[in-house]
Write a protein that binds this ligand. Structure first.
Ligand code: AMP
Ligand code: ZN
Length: 433
């Protein structure tokens, strides 16, 4: 599996974390049944990096080293396991030069004014992945075409560098690669000509993945590039596109200082990966109360290593994940286990259910804390969701028997623990204030 990774010129925002988390879950799932080789690249040569170096007065190497480290630290905090290979573009320039040379030799690319361009008209399959028609694209093109391009859709494989910009010697002069060729060359080197799964965010379908596919198919005489393409939907913030110009960007780096990583992770897995995900306080609170309920169920049950090792995640959780990585369904299935555990009286049954829930937690990358630390560290009150539900039930019973003194004292106790109760026709609702 190959996932297009970050361009390292700033901190990852919560949208950037979505593909890393979603495809980390897929990698964990695949490893149960297959021998997986998972590559997630680092784009460490890019004009945005060059600009960041100019803006900050730092060296390019300092910028990329700083943000590679930050990315890895931030993803670790979200429970993302390191991929098997993390190839860096700058360490694969030779492979890119060879691939570009092959494309020229086979008639799919041409050199013009120090640039090398991919000739899209030479590839009859161009547009297939993103379901675009090349003729329509050409007809609709309004962009000013660079003079060295034969067609507006031709894209850069290699471009010349001025002396102050990073560059490498090549048969076409000193220059640097285009973005798309990086992934084609790194995927070929580490995963071979045909890879099973190619993943990334939906925005990468065109042009990035279309171009990767064109380069690789043409360089490899038509051998399929990827058997399956998986694209995650976009994350918005309070229904608005997350963008720097709007100033509504949430950086993972800041968030993990305040919010437990597995809580952020669960909120990211709260929507099916192909669907859009709207990030909001409500989404985070939803994930928090899910974790409260799960930790509340397993709290106080001390399992031995042997009991943990012997347990498998519930079959229904696996089935949901094996059905196009349906993480919301997997969570719903896990809850039915937590409910069963809450009801179970038999100690062996309780231990077995707790071990299965924890095994599912290991697969999903949640429930990695000790239940006591979860409640100590994450609730303003020391009350779990289960404690609160049970107090609310007692309050309802007190009110039903017109024992208002008890009902009021329970309300006060909850208020002191930072819990607000809202009575509604369908019963009391609560939230942490
Ligand atoms: P970039 O560093 O911009 O190349 O982005 C890294 C990854 O994050 C790519 O796979 C993008 O598709 C993905 N990505 C960027 N913004 C979002 C977003 N708002 N929601 C989901 N994925 C995103
Ligand atoms: Zn890529």
């Amino acid at each position: 599996m190959y996932l297009c990774g970050p361009t390292v010129y700033n901190y990852a925002h919560i949208g950037n974390a979505r593909p890393a988390v979603v495809f980390d879950l897929l990698a964990r799932l695949l490893r149960r049944s297959y021998k997986l080789r998972y590559a997630r690249n680092i784009t460490d040569v890019d004009d945005k990096i060059n600009q960041a170096a100019i803006d900050s007065g730092k060296k390019i190497d300092e910028i990329t080293a700083q943000y590679i480290k930050a990315y890895n630290d931030d993803m670790r905090a979200l429970g993302v396991l390191p991929p098997d290979i993390e190839p860096r573009a700058t360490q694969h320039i030779d492979e890119m030069i060879v691939m570009i040379g092959t494309l020229i030799d086979k008639g799919f690319a041409y050199e013009a004014e120090g640039h090398v361009l991919f000739d899209v008209s030479s590839d009859p399959d161009y547009g297939k992945l993103s379901k675009r028609d090349l003729r329509e694209m050409i007809a609709g093109a309004r962009v000013e075409v660079a003079p060295y391009k034969r067609s507006a859709q031709d894209f850069v494989l290699w471009k010349p560098s001025t002396p102050e910009l990073p560059g490498w010697d090549s048969p076409w002069g000193r220059g640097r690669p285009g973005w798309h060729i990086e992934c084609s060359a790194m995927a070929e080197k580490h995963l071979g000509e045909t890879i099973d799964i190619h993943a990334g965010g939906q925005d990468l379908v065109f042009p990035h993945h279309e171009n990767e596919m064109a380069q690789s198919n043409c360089a490899h005489d038509g051998a399929p590039f990827a058997r399956y393409w998986l694209h995650n939907g976009f994350l918005s913030l309070d229904s608005t596109k997350m963008s720097k110009s709007l100033g509504n960007v949430l950086l993972v780096h800041d968030m993990v200082k305040k919010i437990p990583g597995e809580l952020i992770r669960l909120a990211l897995l709260g929507a099916h990966y192909r669907q859009p995900l709207d990030w909001s306080d409500a989404a985070l609170e939803g994930a928090r109360s899910m974790l409260d309920r799960l930790y509340g169920a397993i709290r106080g049950i001390e399992l031995s290593d042997a009991e943990r090792k012997a347990a498998d995640p519930p079959a229904a959780v696996i089935e949901a994940l094996e059905d196009d990585l349906n993480s919301p369904k997997a969570m719903a299935e896990l809850f039915s286990y937590a409910r069963a555990l809450n009801k179970a009286k038999d100690e062996n049954e309780r231990r077995k259910l707790a071990a299965e829930i924890l095994a599912a937690g290991d697969l999903l990358g949640i429930l990695q804390m000790d239940a006591e630390s979860w409640f100590a560290g994450n609730n303003d009150s020391e009350l779990s969701a289960d404690d609160i539900e049970s107090l609310l039930k007692q309050r309802d019973e007190a009110r039903a028997s017109r024992d208002f003194a008890t009902a009021d004292s329970i309300r006060d106790q909850l208020a002191a623990a930072g819990i607000t109760i809202e009575d509604s026709p369908t019963g009391a609702r609560w939230r942490r204030s």
